[in-house]
Design a protein around this ligand. Structure first.
Ligand SMILES: [Zn+2]
Length: 379
């Protein structure tokens, strides 16, 4: 089926995001006429993508009829490759309800061996949930690194030490379906925007984990930049002094060398003179330990300094912070504010909201599922 009608496609996406919904309510929320929506709905019903259900209470006249997605029609498989050493695999139905999840360990020194492990899991997981490869709309893979948009190739994932891996080609050969690779923070910003902050037209998501990534939504659309890698905020230069730390990317003084979880852990280890301190222990000690508390505060302040540059460049209205750092939100919040107060004018600050992720780790997978749905669904 060739996609001929972009408006029809948009209607389908809108039904998917707000189902169950009546034709009237959908017309109201999209600004289209009820006749156009009804026309689209009839085509989608004919194709078995949408069905009608009587759900509403009658107010004396006819009971309202709701449009809903035929969730069993297709499935979407997502792979979230995380620097923490796992790949989170998720299966979604066409309503984008998660129907199955599984984590596998990744091979840190071999992208190909990791992909092999992933490819072995896909078919059984589909089968266990009454789907098949034929019903798979596509596979989305999120990576913590730079993606070559044209060739769908991972160029560099500094925190995984993978480079040049052709994830798309490898998985397409093993599983006969469309495969799409996207940067993890781009997926997360889409997930947070659609599922948690849809009332905002512009938002910036900053993912603070081992490194720092970012995703940008401008006018309700993911902004990828000219080759797909906009928002790589972690490598903004923040320290040009001779004492600047060397970053995994090879440069010195990048924002993530002073504001990521990696920095936080290294500094806490130094402060406690304990090289075996883990991230979990660090977060557990948190506020109770004075030394750790002050390292977390300092990291929070450094996060604020970087956010100030982002705000100056984009004036986004909403910044959402996600990633492991959210564990210490209570400590970093005030430090971020104090860094921003020193750098950003009051009028911009008054309009600015800084929030923490509502979806946590699942934001990447659900955002990825939305992107696969939008990219591959042809009507
Ligand atoms: Zn860097």
């Amino acid at each position: 089926m060739k996609m001929r009608n972009e408006h029809l496609r948009k209607t389908f996406i809108n039904i998917q995001r707000s189902a169950p919904i009546t034709r009237k309510a959908l017309a109201r929320s999209t600004g289209q006429s009820v006749a156009t929506i009804s026309n689209h709905a009839n085509i989608l019903i004919d194709q078995d993508l949408v069905y009608e259900e009587d759900k509403g209470k009658s107010t004396g006249g006819r009971r309202p009829v709701f449009l809903n997605i035929n969730s069993q029609k297709k499935a979407i498989f997502t792979v979230d490759i995380r620097v923490e050493g796992i790949a989170a695999l998720n299966l979604y139905d066409l309503s984008l309800q998660q129907i199955s999840e599984k984590n596998i360990k990744i091979e840190p020194d071999s992208c190909e061996r990791t992909l092999h492990k992933i490819s072995q899991v896909i078919e059984p997981l589909l089968f266990d949930n009454d789907f098949s490869i034929e019903k798979l709309l596509g596979i989305g893979v999120s990576v913590p690194g730079i993606v070559d948009r044209k060739n769908e190739r991972l160029i560099f994932a500094p925190n995984l030490k993978w480079s040049g891996a052709n994830i798309t080609e490898y998985l397409q050969k093993k599983i006969k379906t469309s495969v799409f690779v996207e940067n993890d923070a781009n997926c997360a910003v889409v997930g947070e925007h659609i599922e948690a902050f849809s009332e905002k037209d512009n938002l910036i998501y900053v993912l603070i984990k081992e490194g720092i990534g970012g995703g940008i939504i401008i006018q309700n659309t993911l902004y990828r930049g000219s080759d797909g890698n906009a928002g790589d905020f972690g490598h903004m230069m923040m320290d040009s002094s001779s004492a600047a730390k060397t970053c995994y990317c090879g440069d010195k003084g990048c924002w993530e060398t002073i504001a990521s979880e990696r920095y936080l852990l290294e500094e806490c280890r130094k402060a406690l003179d304990n090289q075996s301190l883990t991230k979990a222990q660090l977060y557990e000690l948190g506020r109770k330990n004075q030394k750790i508390n002050s390292v977390i505060s300092e990291t929070g302040y450094n996060i604020g300094v970087g956010l100030a540059s982002i705000i100056s460049a984009y004036n986004p209205g909403l910044i959402v912070i996600g990633g492991g750092i959210v564990e210490v939100r209570n400590i970093i919040q005030s430090e971020i504010k104090s860094a921003l107060n020193k750098r950003i004018t009051d009028t911009i600050l008054e309009e600015l909201e800084i929030r923490f992720s509502r979806l946590a780790d699942s934001g990447i997978s659900i955002g990825l599922a939305h992107l696969v749905f939008e990219k591959y669904f042809e009507i």
